[in-house]
Design a protein around this ligand. Sequence first.
Ligand code: AMP
Length: 160
Amino acid sequence: MIAKSIEKMLSENQEHFLIPAEIVANVQENNFLDHALLVLTKVHYAKIPVLDNDYKFKGLLSLSMITETMLGLDELDVSRLHEVRVKDVMETDIPTIQDPYDIENVLHLLVDHPFLSVVSSEGSFTGIVTRRELMKSMNHIAHEFEKEYIVQNIETKENK
Ligand code: AMP
């Protein structure tokens, strides 16, 4: 259980740590890997969401999933990239969160995942929550906390 005061301040800031779907780089599950490689290279992200034609969230694709597909016995086989589709190699066993999301769950999940995809109850992709945006909110709270709350040290019983 996280402190209610921290949870409240983070919840008030929720909209700030969501990066909306419109500005999240993505690939379609039916794209071939050569196209996906171009997208990933251009956006400079190591991993991005995979969507279907209806903007439903399907999984994640990383550069290493693409390069592994090219690995032959002694050389890289680039021609494979036009035969294999994103849906054949993407990662699907990953947690997603729903808006409004449970802050405590988000904090736990971001320990192991650099970002979390936000998906509606119908499966539509609405954006991502990243470690960076959450750290910005935590930074804000660290600066503002004592302007909103009186903090008492339990050991010394002194008001700080
Ligand atoms: P950050 O916390 O900003 O370093 O972002 C963590 C990860 O989230 C990045 O490495 C990307 O995989 C993903 N990410 C962040 N912003 C975007 C974006 N606009 N489009 C796609 N993926 C993103």
